[in-house]
Write a protein that binds this ligand. Structure first.
Ligand SMILES: Nc1ncnc2c1ncn2[C@@H]1O[C@H](COP(=O)(O)OP(=O)(O)O)[C@@H](O)[C@H]1O
Ligand SMILES: [Mg+2]
Length: 156
């Protein structure tokens, strides 16, 4: 299977999906989070961060572009590129340096920096209508995608 499709009907189930997903996100990985404003990109990120053991709040990075979260052996960089108008802004903040072997990068609105981003490990595209969310998940790693597919199948 090349695309994993998941449907959720509540904010909490999307959050829980993020928590579950966190187990499979390892240092050196990049995740693209696509979908319009209000799709649930930040909600999912919140699940991932809490799933990894972060105990505090998870602020949407909309205004600061970047929020970082330190863990024992790695760091999570949570980006929201929505407000980036010019790629030079990203060059200025040393954007490329955030992608390294000890970081996990979650990127909302990756479309904005397509020209300078490398291929991600996971792409999560969230489509929505009212309270329904349909996630389309793809990965360059067949193994990761099939592991996630198995996990979801076992939970249902
Ligand atoms: N099934 C659902 N999953 C996630 N969020 C939902 C759902 N239904 C409604 N919502 C609402 O949609 C919004 C998602 O916001 P957010 O996660 O900040 O989106 P984004 O980061 O994509 O702009 C929240 O206000 C949330 O309450
Ligand atoms: Mg957001």
């Amino acid at each position: 299977m090349n695309v994993l499709k998941i449907e959720t009907t509540s904010e909490s189930s999307l959050y829980d999906f993020g928590k579950m997903l966190s187990e499979y996100l390892l240092p050196n990985m990049t995740v693209f989070l696509k979908g319009d404003l209000g799709a649930g990109k930040t909600t999912l990120s919140r699940g991932v961060l809490h799933g990894k053991g972060h105990e505090g709040k998870v602020k949407s990075p909309t205004y600061n572009i970047l929020e970082n979260y330190n863990f024992d052996n790695f760091i999570i960089y949570h980006f929201d590129l929505y407000r980036v108008k010019d790629l030079e802004e990203l060059e200025f903040m040393g954007f490329r340096d955030y992608f390294h072997k000890d970081s996990i990068c979650l990127i909302e609105w990756p479309e904005i920096a397509m020209n300078i981003l490398h291929e991600p490990d996971l792409v999560i595209d969230i489509n929505f209508k009212n309270d329904n969310r349909v996630l389309y998940i793809t990965s360059k790693s067949k193994e990761l995608l099939s592991t996630l597919t198995q996990k979801i199948a076992n939970e249902n």
